[in-house]
Design a protein around this ligand. Structure first.
Ligand code: PAF
Length: 293
């Protein structure tokens, strides 16, 4: 496995692979790798000839300097994990090379309006501009055929897909299912900051997802209400519990029917956690304006 510390060596590695006719898979990460990342890398290895992972804690997507400071950075463990998986290369660029102006503003920003505005975007202003800008740069440097993202960051996946479509990046974006602990807790690099008690509290997210899939027909408002109640009872400081149309992230109305996504976010031990899953909403009784069959 090669560690690529400069943009030039990373670009050359990817170009050589493409020149040999190899398909290149990209797995962008911010490190602190867990089984969720491993599932992305293994999928990439099944699909592609050459897999490049990136480990870069992108400061432009953090609106809270304390969150950036406390983000885990176990680089040698991450490299060992990638080597054990026989990943072909891991790019570990420096902030100085990725964003030379940082902490000043970079002149160019990619902003995906609409999809970025609500949910994580509302709670973390500028977050998705930072994500879209760095993902565009990772794509430009690597020139991947396929790129892999986890569904845990469901809104991020929607934003990246929209950017790829709008800017005609020649990349296929694959979303991979959330990986959970046996307790139901969705794996996240942020989980290392949870206390033992916090890990139990955080299982409220997966319990909310189970409850709204218990076979009881619920309209979108009932899904919101019941999910929020589970989070609240678990002791989670709820940021949002909302039901959306999966592709557009448009909020489902109570008179709509169909496959939907329940998006959950909240704080446990002061750590912002996310979860999401599918749910079918049923039109409220007496509703006339039924769409989305
Ligand atoms: O999901 C992440 O880890 C990050 O947001 C990403 C996609 C690597 C961009 O920094």
């Amino acid at each position: 496995m090669e560690q690529l510390t400069s943009v030039a060596s990373w670009r050359a590695f990817a170009r050589d692979a493409r020149d040999r006719g190899a398909t290149v898979g990209l797995v962008p990460t911010m490190g602190a790798l867990h089984e969720g990342h491993v599932s992305l890398m293994e999928r990439a290895q099944r699909d592609c000839d050459v897999v490049i992972a990136t480990v870069f804690v992108n400061p432009r997507q953090f609106n809270d300097p304390e969150d950036l400071r406390r983000y885990p950075r176990p680089l040698s463990d991450d490299l060992a994990r990638c080597a054990a998986l026989s990943i072909d290369a891991v790019a570990t660029p420096s902030t100085e090379e990725m964003w030379p102006a940082y902490p000043g503003a970079t002149a160019t920003t990619i902003s995906v309006s609409g999809l970025s505005d609500d949910f994580e975007g509302a709670g973390r202003p500028g977050h998705f501009d930072g994500v879209a800008s760095v993902v565009a740069k990772l794509f430009t440097i690597t020139g991947p055929c396929v790129a892999y993202f986890g569904e845990k960051d469901f809104q991020q996946l929607a934003v990246v897909r929209q950017m790829v479509s709008d800017l005609a990046f020649d990349v296929t974006v694959i979303g991979c299912s959330i990986v959970r602990e046996s307790s139901g807790l969705a794996l996240s690099s942020r989980n290392v900051r949870l206390s033992d008690e916090g890990r139990v509290v955080a299982t409220g997210f997966s319990r909310a997802l189970q409850l709204v899939n218990d076979g009881t027909p619920r309209d979108a408002d009932a899904v919101r209400r019941d999910a929020r109640a589970v989070l609240y009872d678990a002791g989670i400081d709820v940021a949002y519990a909302d039901v959306v149309e999966p592709a557009t992230l448009r909020r489902r109305r109570a008179d709509e029917e169909g496959e939907s996504r329940l998006l959950l976010a909240g704080f446990v031990d002061g750590v912002r956690l996310l979860d999401n899953g599918t749910v079918r909403v049923h039109a409220a009784k007496g509703a006339t304006n039924v769409v989305g069959h």
